[in-house]
Design a protein around this ligand. Structure first.
Ligand code: PLP
Length: 498
C-alpha cells in the first residue's frame, strides 16, 4: 500500500505546466462534454457556460460573509430569492437565502424546523420528520447532523408518496413532512396538496424539495398540453400548508455550481436558521447559512443565469427538454423487456426490467463498457437518466446501444453474474444493511486515509476479471463487498451440491 509522501513542491511549478496537468487529470473524468453522462452536470449551451465563467470570474474573490462589505452580493442574493419566490407563487412574506447546493438547503431547512420546534414545542425532545422513501439522501444526512429522526414512508404503486402511509406516521413528535417535486429516483411529483393539507391540519411544517425541478417544472407546466406528459399539479407556495421549498439554481437553473435557494413562507422559520455569536474575540459574528466565507462567484453565477436565460429561455429549454425526453422514453418503451418506473413529469426518469426482461444492472454494465455513464438505483433495480439539451444529439446512439445491451444480456444471462452487475444486485438485496454500511464506511476511511488515492480508487475496480465493465465502475464500491459477493457465490454453489 503506497503511502503518499507528498509535500508542497519546494519550488512552485510553472502555472502553464500545471494547467496542462490539470487537463490531463480532467481527461480521466467521465466525458460530460461529449454528453455521455446522464446526471451530475447540467449545461445549457457552450455560449451560456462561457458567459457564466465570466460572471463568476468577476466575483471570484468576493465574499458574501459580510454583506456590508459586499453589498453587491447581498443585492444579488435578494434578487435571486425574490425571482424564485415569484416563480413559486410566493407572496410578499416569502423569504430565503442562497446556499451552496441542495444539500445545504435541506440541512438548513431541517435545522430551522428543529429550532422552530424547540421554541414552540419544547417538550418534543427527539423531533421527527416524515419523508417519502424517494426523498433525497440529504434528509438523512440532516437527521444525522442535527439529531432529528427521519421517518421513512413507503411509496404508492406509481412511486409517489403514499398519503395514508404518511398520515399514519404523524405523531406528537412530528415537526414536518417532506414532499419532492420531483423526486430524484423516478422524476415523479409527490401529492403535495394532500400532504400539505395533512401538515396544515396538524400545524406542522411542510417542505417541498424542488432542488431538481424548481427551475424546470414551472415552465413545463406552462407548455401547451401536447408538449408535456401531463398537467403539473400545484407544488409550490400557492398550496396552503407548504412552509418551505428548496430549488437548485445549479441544476436546471443552469447556474455555476454552488448555488441553491431555500425559501420559507415567512420569517418565523427563516430566523431559526441564523447564527449569531456576540461574545467572540473576533467580534460579533453573524451568519445566515452553514458556510462562513460565501464564494461570490457562485452568487453572481446564480444571478447571472436567471437574468440571462429569462422566462423565455427557460420556457424554450423546457419545450426542448420535453422533446428530448420523449425520444428517450419512446425508445425505452419500444425496447422489449424494459419498463419505465412510474410516470416521470419532466426530464428525469428511471427504467427497470419488465417481467422476463434482462438483468438491468448487466445492461448498465454494457452501456458503461460503451462509454456511457449511467447511475443505478435500487429497490427496485433500475437505471437512471437526467437529460439535458446535449443529450438530443446522442439519443440515437444511446438507444441503439441500449437495444443491443438488452439483447446481449437476454442472450447471455450469465452476464448478470459478471462485471459490477451482481455487486449492485447484492448491495441492494443483502439483508444485512448494517454490513453494507460498515463496508462502505471502511472504504471511505481508506479513501481519506494517507494511502495513495489512485491505488485506493483502482482497488475498487481493476481486480476484476476483465469482464464487460473493464473494471471501470468508479462509484467507489469497496473491495470487501466483492469479497462478500464471492463468499455468497461459494455459498450458492455449496447449496446447489445438495
Ligand atoms: C440534487 C438533489 C438534492 C441535493 O442537491 P445537491 O446540490 O447535490 O446537494 C436534493 N434533492 C433533490 C431532489 C435533488 O435532485
Amino acid at each position: 500500500m503506497a503511502k503518499t509522501d507528498l509535500t508542497i513542491p519546494n519550488k512552485g511549478i510553472p502555472r502553464k505546466d500545471l494547467l496542462q496537468r490539470l487537463g490531463t487529470l480532467a481527461s480521466q473524468d467521465v466525458d460530460f462534454k461529449g454528453n455521455r453522462v446522464f446526471g451530475l452536470v447540467y449545461q445549457l449551451s457552450d455560449e451560456h457556460t462561457d458567459f457564466l465563467k465570466a460572471a463568476h470570474g468577476q466575483f471570484f474573490s468576493a465574499n458574501g460573509l459580510n454583506p456590508m462589505a459586499f453589498k453587491s452580493l447581498k443585492r444579488m442574493e435578494s434578487d435571486v430569492v425574490r425571482m424564485t419566490a415569484s416563480l413559486f407563487n410566493g407572496g410578499n412574506g416569502v423569504v430565503g437565502t442562497l446556499t451552496s447546493g441542495g444539500t445545504e438547503s435541506i440541512l438548513l431547512a431541517v435545522l430551522a424546523y428543529r429550532e422552530h420546534a424547540r421554541r414552540h414545542r419544547p417538550w418534543v425532545l427527539r423531533p421527527e420528520i416524515i419523508v417519502p422513501a424517494s426523498a433525497h439522501a440529504a434528509f438523512y444526512k440532516a437527521g444525522q447532523y442535527f439529531d432529528v429522526k427521519i421517518v421513512r414512508a413507503p411509496l404508492d404503486k406509481d412511486f409517489r408518496a403514499d398519503v395514508n402511509a404518511v398520515r399514519k406516521r404523524i405523531n406528537w413528535k412530528t415537526i414536518a413532512i417532506v414532499a419532492s417535486a420531483p423526486c430524484y429516483p423516478y422524476g415523479v411529483i409527490d401529492p403535495v396538496q394532500e400532504l400539505a393539507q395533512l401538515a396544515a391540519a396538524r400545524g406542522i411544517g411542510m417542505h417541498v424539495d424542488a432542488c431538481l425541478g424548481g427551475y424546470l417544472l414551472p415552465f413545463v407546466g406552462r407548455l401547451p398540453a401536447d408538449q408535456r406528459p401531463c398537467d403539473i399539479p400545484p407544488f409550490d407556495f400557492g398550496v396552503p400548508g407548504v412552509t418551505s421549498m428548496s430549488a437548485d439554481v445549479h441544476k436546471y437553473g443552469y447556474a455555476a455550481k454552488g448555488a441553491s435557494t431555500l425559501l420559507y413562507r415567512n420569517m418565523d422559520y427563516l430566523k431559526h436558521q441564523f447564527s449569531v455569536e456576540t461574545e467572540w474575540c473576533g467580534g460579533v459574528y453573524v451568519s445566515p447559512t452553514l458556510a462562513g466565507t460565501r464564494p461570490g462567484g457562485a452568487i453572481a453565477g446564480a444571478w447571472a443565469a436567471l437574468n440571462a436565460i429569462g422566462e423565455d429561455g427557460y420556457l424554450a429549454n423546457a419545450a426542448n427538454l420535453m422533446q428530448v425526453t420523449r425520444t428517450y422514453l419512446e425508445g425505452i418503451r419500444q425496447t422489449p423487456g424494459l419498463c419505465i418506473l412510474g410516470n416521470p413529469v419532466m426530464s428525469v426518469l428511471s427504467f427497470g426490467a419488465a417481467k422476463g426482461g434482462p438483468d438491468i444492472y448487466a445492461v448498465g454494465d454494457f452501456l458503461e463498457a460503451r462509454g456511457w455513464h449511467i447511475d443505478r438505483i435500487q429497490n427496485p433495480a433500475g437505471l437512471h437518466l437526467i437529460l439535458n439539451p446535449g443529450h438530443a444529439g446522442v439519443a440515437a446512439a444511446w438507444l441503439a446501444d441500449l437495444r443491443e445491451g438488452v439483447a446481449y444480456v437476454l442472450a447471455h444471462p450469465e452476464a448478470a453474474a459478471e462485471g459490477s452487475a451482481p455487486m449492485y444486485g447484492m448491495i441492494a438485496k443483502l439483508p444485512l444493511r448494517g454490513l453494507v454500511k460498515k463496508n462502505v464506511l471502511a472504504f471511505m476511511q481508506r479513501m481519506y486515509s494517507d494511502e495513495d488515492v489512485d491505488s485506493v480508487l483502482s482497488s475498487s475496480g481493476t481486480e476484476e476479471d476483465g469482464s464487460a465493465t473493464g473494471g471501470a465502475t468508479d462509484d467507489g464500491v469497496p473491495l470487501i463487498l466483492r469479497k462478500l459477493l464471492r463468499a455468497k457465490a461459494r455459498l450458492t454453489k455449496f447449496r446447489e451440491r445438495f
